[in-house]
Design a protein around this ligand. Sequence first.
Ligand code: ATP
Ligand code: MG
Length: 206
Amino acid sequence: MTSDQKINPEKAERHKKRMQRKEEIVDASIERADKNKGLLIVLTGNGKGKSSSAFGMLARALGHGMSGGVAQFIKGRTDTGEEAFFSKQDNVTWHVLGGGFSWKTQDLAADTEKAEMGWQIALPMLQDPEIDLVILDELTYPLKYGWLDTETILTAIAARPPMQHVVITGRAAPKAVIEAADTVSEIGDIKHAFRAGIKAQQGIDL
Ligand code: ATP
Ligand code: MG
């Protein structure tokens, strides 16, 4: 270390004071955050990591002996690693509701009917106080395309058991959903391997 790289004692003291003030502020905020509540969490945006974050929270919840319910609204697939793993767990209910519909379909009446059937399967989870965490994976798409009525869904979410947490994932979350949520994260798309011609990788993308 050369002499001009040595830490100036005044600077070190200023830094220490600044960090102390910061610590006091953070401690005070932690002290103030004393409420418990079932949260509505929305994970949206164009980047990768929305569903996998939701399943990360499911793993956390199960680790605490909590229970989870998952409804997958778009993917009519049953071969994902998450389903293979979580549906084997005692405390998890798992529904793949995609059926035949996806963003590729163009038949509005059929899509609406399938989405409504899916919602009727998901709804009882939001009425079951035994389920601590409900994940409505890719729910934003049926809302965005109008297959499901956003107000109806938000009303059911608002009426859920008070300590139940709900996570909604999917791109382009409607404004009303964002407004109703307690926590919203938007995952940005900075880079994705797919655009370099790399196909979906097992254990990473499915
Ligand atoms: P993940 O399930 O990996 O957390 P996600 O839920 O954020 O992803 P979705 O829109 O549900 O994203 O897409 C799921 C699949 O699409 C995954 O295989 C994921 O890697 C891929 N994907 C996500 N974002 C992008 C993107 N920006 N470009 C291309 N493919 C993407
Ligand atoms: Mg997803």
